[in-house]
Design a protein around this ligand. Structure first.
Ligand SMILES: [Zn+2]
Length: 123
């Protein structure tokens, strides 16, 4: 009988490390690989109601003249207005920044996948 332990990428990297290297962001403050990526959204209705039209031209250029929306928590249409990333050491600063943002901003935190436990099989 032999015990086989199958690890993700043979144990060379964790799923979170692979996510961090491939997400396409760097920490805003120091440039290291991110531990968290935050996407900020605003409800499309609020975009006009909250006096955001000054930001509209830049948003329209970014999205080639459209305002693509995604449904979030409450089913309303939200527009992605910003993305930021932080490494392990700076993620608290980013979280504080998000907490200080106006209440009608919605911040979605992406911390990557959970690490996978090694698969053990007995043959
Ligand atoms: Zn950093």
């Amino acid at each position: 009988m032999a015990l086989h332990v199958k690890k993700f990428m043979d144990g060379r990297k964790t799923p979170r490390e692979v996510w961090s290297e491939n997400i396409g962001f760097r920490c805003l403050r120091c440039g290291r690989l991110p531990n968290v990526v935050v996407r900020s959204y605003i409800a499309r209705d609020d975009l006009f109601r909250r006096g955001m039209p000054a930001a509209l031209p830049a948003l329209m250029r970014r999205y080639d003249g459209n305002l693509p929306t995604v449904p979030l928590i409450d089913g309303k249409a939200y527009v992605l207005i910003g993305e930021a990333a932080a490494c392990h050491d700076h993620q608290r600063d980013l979280e504080v920044d998000c907490a200080r943002a106006p209440s009608y901003y919605v911040a979605v935190f992406d911390r990557g996948p959970d690490d996978i436990k090694p698969m053990v099989s007995v043959a």
